[in-house]
Ligand binder design. Structure first.
Ligand code: NAD
Length: 284
């Protein structure tokens, strides 16, 4: 039986994944603002540091896996964009970087980062916002959207999820992660009826947009359905999965981006492709 860290363990998908893992006999170390083994505010540098350190201490330096589910959706409220940047990006990557040696110590650990299908279905997400997040600069990310006022929060949300997905794919294949046997993947859900989505539905404009969003099979998902995917991605059956972003959204990504990918290697990407091909897989 394994030991798993779960952020956002008090609600929604994180809570349901924690219940499923515990029911299977695993040990879960939950991190959240409330109702968790470790109470920490991932929007603050000190909270991220204490969450990281307390998980390592509780796990005895060996983690079989981690689920990064803590997150905020788009919405109104003071400084929403900053909170989204801090929790959805820094609150994922800073704990993960601190936990990497403990994950490596488990030999074939699995990490599931909860992204979103807003990564591919929200138009016009500014590249500079994504790049500022990837540079760990939330102030610059917030500044990049300042002219949009409260309407910028949907773009900040999508940017935070694109940034974590890109971070996952960049790191997953490196010697420090893949080379240490760690399978780092992301899950990109569609609309799942949790408190996060309920809050969006309660906002007049945001709620209208969510209700009108095309969902080919129809309907919202429930946390249990996504927890099944999370526990699968943490299991031995997922040993062959690395660097993937798995869309579980009953068709919205396929609807909007039918032929966009998979799409081979375009000419502009050929130099990088050939360079990587010639270099081969980097060794630890
Ligand atoms: P949720 O609101 O039920 O759970 C999110 C949890 O994160 C809560 O327990 C909350 O307390 C915690 N959290 C928020 N801010 C925190 C902070 N500063 N420090 C520590 N913990 C904090 O939402 P959910 O829908 O289960 O969301 C889980 C993840 O899935 C999020 O990253 C979300 O962006 C993503 N997601 C949700 C949907 C959806 O439709 N619900 C769709 C795609 C992706």
């Amino acid at each position: 039986m394994g030991t798993y860290a779960i952020t956002g363990s008090a609600s929604g998908m994180g809570a349901q994944a924690a219940r499923q893992l515990t029911a299977c006999g695993h040990r879960v170390i939950g991190v959240d603002l409330r109702d968790a083994d470790i109470i920490a505010d991932l929007s603050e540098p000190a909270g991220r540091r204490s969450a990281a350190a307390e998980v390592l201490a509780a796990a005895g330096g060996v983690l079989d896996g981690a689920v990064l589910a803590a997150g905020l959706g788009p919405g109104s409220g003071t400084d929403r964009n900053r909170l989204i940047a801090q929790v959805n990006f820094l609150g994922v990557v800073e704990p993960l970087l601190a936990w990497r040696p403990a994950l490596a110590a488990a030999n074939r650990a699995k990490v599931v980062v909860i992204a979103s299908n807003s990564t591919t279905t929200v138009p016009m997400v500014p590249r500079r916002t994504i790049n500022a997040l990837l540079a760990h600069d939330p102030d610059k990310a917030v500044r990049s959207l300042r002219l949009l006022g409260r309407h910028g929060s949907a773009l900040m949300y999508a940017a935070s999820k694109i940034a974590v997905s890109r971070w996952v794919r960049r790191h997953a294949v490196t010697p420090l992660w893949a080379g240490a046997g760690i399978r780092l993947n992301a899950l990109a859900p569609g609309a799942i009826l949790t408190p996060l989505l309920e809050a969006q539905l309660a906002e007049p404009m945001e709620g209208r947009a969510v209700r009108r969003f095309p969902i080919p099979v129809g309907g919202f998902g429930v946390a249990d359905q996504l927890a099944d995917w999370i526990t699968f991605m943490l299991s031995d059956s997922a040993d062959f999965l690395c660097g993937s972003v798995i869309f579980v959204d009953v068709g919205t990504d396929a609807f909007f981006r039918t032929d966009d990918w998979p799409n081979g290697v375009p000419a502009r990407a050929l130099p990088r492709y050939l360079w990587r091909f010639a270099r081969g897989t980097p060794k630890a």
